[in-house]
Unconditional design. Structure first.
Ligand SMILES: [Zn+2]
Length: 162
């Protein structure tokens, strides 16, 4: 690498501010300039680009949703089979988990979707699994949502902020 001040070949150059410009200087010229900030060192454009990249990485990270759990399709028959296996009728199971018999009947018939609380009670009491994990699909962010920021907006934000 060549020193931008004296033109000498130097293995190590350090960025120094010399009359408003950032120059890569060798050790002997280094004392001519003043210290530069990181932002000055890499240049404003590069700094903004880095800021944007970081922001996008952050956004990407935030887009990752926690795994979703959904009720399995045949939850009714799973409950019924587990209840029968446990030797319980609707009434006794209902009283064991403090629910109405009619609710259990409807759930087993698939006519009613148990809420989260009931799902937990049934799962815990009958030692069954009524939910399954859904892999969240990474759908591309829609640009037609109206809320999506354009590159221009991001640039403006980055410039304003700094
Ligand atoms: Zn030099």
């Amino acid at each position: 690498m060549l020193c931008e001040m004296c033109g000498a070949e130097s293995a190590v150059l350090e960025p120094r501010k010399v009359s408003g410009s950032i120059l890569q200087l060798c050790n002997s010229c280094g004392s001519l300039g003043s210290e530069t900030s990181y932002r000055e060192t890499i240049g404003h454009r590069a700094y903004v680009a880095q800021t944007l990249e970081k922001r996008q990485q952050k956004n990407r990270y935030e887009e990752i949703e926690p795994d979703e759990f959904v009720l399995v399709k045949d939850y009714g028959s799973i409950v019924r089979k587990a209840r029968e296996k446990a030797g319980l009728n609707h009434s006794s199971l209902a009283s064991k988990i403090s629910e109405k018999k009619s609710i259990l009947t409807s759930v087993e018939a698939g006519k009613m979707t148990p809420n989260e609380k009931l799902i937990k009670k049934l799962e815990n009491y009958l030692k069954i699994k009524l939910t399954e994990k859904v892999e969240s699909t990474s759908a591309p962010v829609s640009s037609s949502s109206g809320e999506a920021l354009t590159m221009g907006d991001l640039l403006k934000q980055a410039m304003d902020k700094n």
